[in-house]
Design a protein around this ligand. Structure first.
Ligand code: AMO
Length: 447
């Protein structure tokens, strides 16, 4: 047996037959012997002729077994194989216009590497549709569906694109702790954990750490990591464990990091379009690259639109979901809502000098969905202490954070972009869980 490939051949045989994925089979393979590994997607038994549709991560191919032309052992195996069993097929490629993809394999060898039990807990061929909950309960099987795999192939590409873009822009990737001793954003929505004899929490945002790193002189950092939110509500856009793309940059103001953000979103769409054409096709999707600059409206203007459409929000409050839906009727694409009331944003957002009741903050929206929020931060120690107190918190519990502001903290700004939300909005997923392998919500801790 070869060191890297499973099978039953001798080493000499392995070397002769090239292993291929289904999508790699083409005109140049006709008449050649190839080896494929995959799962039995479907079996059609016509008595003396059996068709097995083999599926691998790249697609499908038909394996045709005429009783008279294949060895009796292979024929017998194919006749009784269960769907979703793992198989190895070695055989000659033939052009067959009636077969999916235009080619078929006439096997010299059809071997079951691991037989699947029957019946399946979930129909991979989707002849029987399943609820999202059932699909998530058996996610490993759900993931065998090309449409589901396409989502995660695109997610992979999206994160690669984010990394490449931020690295090109001079950002350094960091990893900050997820077990923390203090609240990040103001105390609520934290998961407490037991940490030896101390109280600790799961981090709801890398906020404090990425700001402290501005005092390190690294200038530009980014992190792609989990954030934990003990939010009780169960919606199609909230998770209790999400992945956030966070940046922090010295010597930029809020507008500077908004520019970075819109260029990043555009770049992700471009890269996905270029590198994931096949997967977009599997999903029947066409992506339109958003045009930059994104529209920018103020919080006050957003309230006016909502008001005009019959939803009034008292100044200073967060913009409700019904109001955001009304605003999205006018602005279905990407746009920023800027200059939020200082009291509606976390303590670290920088108030305008001439109008301290509003701050240099923004949310990036796609229609009614919030994708990111960010701000220029307060870099002045005393102002920061004042804001922490005004927000009803005790500066003493921010010890390590506040110290960093006393010994050379540059002006800085940053944002947090929800990776799961970016994917959801890009692919038009109805539920954020569709784009998360093993989602965590109020009711789901397994698998
Ligand atoms: P915020 O709390 O707005 O800001 O979070 C930033 C982005 O993270 C995503 N997000 C979520 N996604 C899914 N489920 C959730 N429960 C969830 N919560 C947040 C959203 C959101 O826009 N420290 C600031 C960011 C900063 O200013 O740099 C923060 O955490 O897409």
């Amino acid at each position: 047996m070869s060191g890297t490939e499973m099978g039953v051949e001798t080493e000499a045989e392995v070397e002769k037959v090239e292993r291929k994925h289904t999508a790699e089979i083409g005109e140049e393979d006709v008449g050649k012997k190839v080896k494929l590994y995959g799962w039995v997607h479907e079996v059609r038994d016509h008595g003396g002729l059996v068709f097995v549709i083999l599926r691998d991560r790249e697609g499908f191919i038909q394996v045709t077994l005429p009783k008279k032309k294949v060895d009796p052992e292979s024929f017998k195996t194919a006749k009784k194989v269960h769907r979703e069993s793992v198989v190895e097929v070695v055989g000659v490629v033939k052009a067959e216009p009636k077969a999916p993809g235009g080619y078929e394999i006439i096997p010299e060898k059809f071997v079951v590497l691991n037989e699947a039990d029957a019946p399946l807990p979930l129909d991979v061929a989707e002849k029987v549709p399943a609820e999202l909950d059932t699909r998530l309960d058996h996610r490993y099987l759900d993931l065998r569906k090309p449409k589901v795999q396409a989502i995660f192939r695109i997610r992979h590409c999206m994160l690669q694109s984010v990394r490449a873009f931020l690295c090109e822009e001079g950002f350094i990737e960091v990893n900050t702790p997820k077990i923390v001793s203090t609240a990040t954003e103001g105390g609520t929505e934290l998961f407490p954990i037991s940490y030896f004899e101390k109280e600790a929490f799961l981090n709801q945002s890398p906020q404090l750490y990425k700001q402290v790193l501005m005092a390190s002189g690294l200038e530009r950092v980014f992190e792609i990591g989990p954030i934990f939110r003990a939010e009780e509500h169960n919606t199609v856009r909230h998770l209790n464990e999400a992945v956030s793309i966070d940046i922090e940059a010295s010597f930029l103001d809020h507008k500077g990091v908004m520019d970075v953000l819109e260029r990043l979103v555009k770049r992700v769409y471009e890269d996905v379009n270029e590198k994931c054409e096949r997967y977009l096709e599997w999903l029947n999707l066409k992506l339109e690259v958003p045009e930059t600059p994104f529209e920018r409206i103020s919080y006050d203007e957003a309230l006016e639109i909502a008001n005009r459409k019959g939803e009034s929000i008292p100044w200073g409050e967060d913009i409700s979901t019904p109001a955001l839906k009304l605003i999205a009727e006018e602005m279905p694409e990407h746009y920023f809502i800027m200059d939020w009331p200082t009291k509606s944003k976390p303590f670290y957002a920088m108030p305008y000098e001439d109008r301290p009741e509003i701050c240099k903050s923004f949310d990036l929206m796609k229609g009614a969905l919030e994708l990111a929020s960010g701000a220029q931060r307060i870099h002045l120690h005393d102002l920061l202490v004042k804001r922490i107190e005004e927000c009803g918190m005790n500066p003493e519990s921010f010890g390590f954070y506040l110290e960093a502001f006393r010994y050379g903290m540059p002006p800085h700004a940053g944002w947090g972009l929800g990776a799961d939300r970016l994917l959801m909005s890009m692919l038009g997923l109805k539920n954020i869980r569709e784009g998360v392998l093993f989602p965590r919500d109020r009711n789901r801790l397994v698998p």
